[in-house]
Design a protein around this ligand. Structure first.
Ligand code: P1T
Length: 386
């Protein structure tokens, strides 16, 4: 078994994977498809009873994920939004959430269109300034929801300072950080004070754009008991096959993230110098207003790069050849999209305008192709969009 003092890839490859846990000692964890498990006597089982409440393949992945996060308890769900749904079900009717205003469009839609029906209100604030978070807190506030870096504008929130300030006002407020854009390889929100880390595993953690899944990880035993209950009671669980796929992908997470960082930063630097580019957002560019914070709270950045284009964005996106025009991110293949009418179309127009999610804002998920080919592709598409 890997321990948390071991390196990242050692944990990714060994945590939860011990062959001795299986009678046949398979080195690669088996995909256990059985939906039910034999009991020795009524209600007496050997760790697993019914596939929704627990599954051996799922357990392997949950153990590995929590080891990577320096966390105690990991739970996986059938999508990232499924994980978010379960976490917000920790709250009661009339409770209140303060959320960063620049978050994934689907999370925004879930907050505004679904949670509101359960009488849970969400106040959206510019969380880059901690004062705004604190001003949003009222006596009913039970949760603060943060993305850092944010989707799609790649703004940062000082997770440690924000959490400390929030807990000073009310220590029972649950601080949730969506760490999808960086993964546990580059940022560990639990170690910065967050109570729960949430993931769309669909993105970098799986990294091959072939699985939709989510996760929640916590060190808090009480929250873990509640999340484990909800995982079973709400039934938003993934298939054993999908768990095996993500578990396999984690073995190369370190390698993939290093290459995403390298390619993404090279592209950000290329775009920053280009005459047809108005502004580039990448936390590891010294021009990023929170560059110092990026260095302080993370050890790198993924392949996410956003920029404002001076040319025709439709023409630009249609001219790309290697970058595929598609939603999502975090796979080995490069993607490009227009958040205003794609991933963030469900954010109310007024909020989009205020945030700067305009029709000139392009979001890239830089993949693992050869750097020069990616730059050449962007270069030809920029020429074509003048
Ligand atoms: O798609 P799903 O696995 O349900 O994850 C939702 C989600 C949660 N959090 C963040 C930060 C996300 O980016 C997402 C999904 N995002 C996209 C599909 C996208 O293109 O931005």
């Amino acid at each position: 078994m890997a321990s948390n003092s071991e390196g990242f890839s050692t944990r990714a490859i060994h945590a939860g994977q011990d062959p001795l846990q299986w009678t046949h000692c398979s080195v690669i964890p088996p995909i256990v498809m059985s939906t039910t498990f034999r009991q020795d006597a009524p209600a007496e089982h050997r760790g697993f009873e019914y596939g929704r409440s627990g599954n051996p393949t799922r357990k392997v992945l949950e153990t590995c994920l929590s080891a990577l996060e320096d966390g105690k308890h990991g739970f996986v769900f059938s999508s990232g939004l499924g994980a978010s749904t379960v976490i917000t079900c920790l709250l009661d009717s009339e409770d209140h959430i303060v959320s960063g205003d620049d978050i994934y469009g689907g999370t925004n839609r879930y907050f505004q269109k679904c949670l509101s029906k359960q009488n849970i209100a969400v106040t959206f604030v510019d969380a880059t300034d901690i004062k705004n978070i604190l001003n949003g807190i009222n006596p009913n506030t039970k949760m603060v929801w943060l993305e850092s870096p944010t989707n799609p504008l790649l703004k940062l929130v000082d997770i440690k300072e924000a959490t400390e300030a929030i807990k000073k006002i009310n220590s029972s407020i649950i601080v949730v950080v969506d760490n999808t854009f960086l993964t546990s390889y580059f940022q560990l929100p639990l170690n910065l004070g967050a109570d729960i880390v949430v993931y769309s595993l669909t993105k970098y953690m799986n990294g091959h754009s072939d699985i939709i899944m989510g996760a929640a990880i916590t060190n808090n035993d009480d929250l873990a008991a509640k999340i484990g209950f909800l995982q079973n009671a709400m039934g938003i669980v993934p298939s054993p096959f999908d768990c095996a796929m993500v578990n396999r992908s984690l073995k190369t997470l370190e390698l993939r993230m290093q290459q995403h960082m390298k390619n993404g930063l090279a592209i950000a630097k290329f775009l920053e110098k280009h005459a047809l580019v108005e502004k580039v957002m990448h936390p590891y560019l010294p021009s990023h207003p929170q560059y110092k914070l990026a260095l302080k709270q993370s050890s790198g950045h993924s392949g996410m790069v956003s920029f404002y284009l001076k040319g025709d964005s439709q023409k630009f996106l249609k001219s790309l050849k290697l970058f595929t025009l598609a939603e999502s991110l975090g796979g080995y293949e490069s993607l490009a999209e227009l958040p205003s009418i794609m991933t963030h179309a469900s954010v109310p127009e007024e909020a989009r305008e205020k945030l700067g999610i305009t029709n000139q804002l392009i979001r890239l998920s830089v993949g693992l192709e050869s750097e020069k080919d990616l730059i050449d592709d962007l270069d030809q598409a920029l020429k074509a969009c003048q």
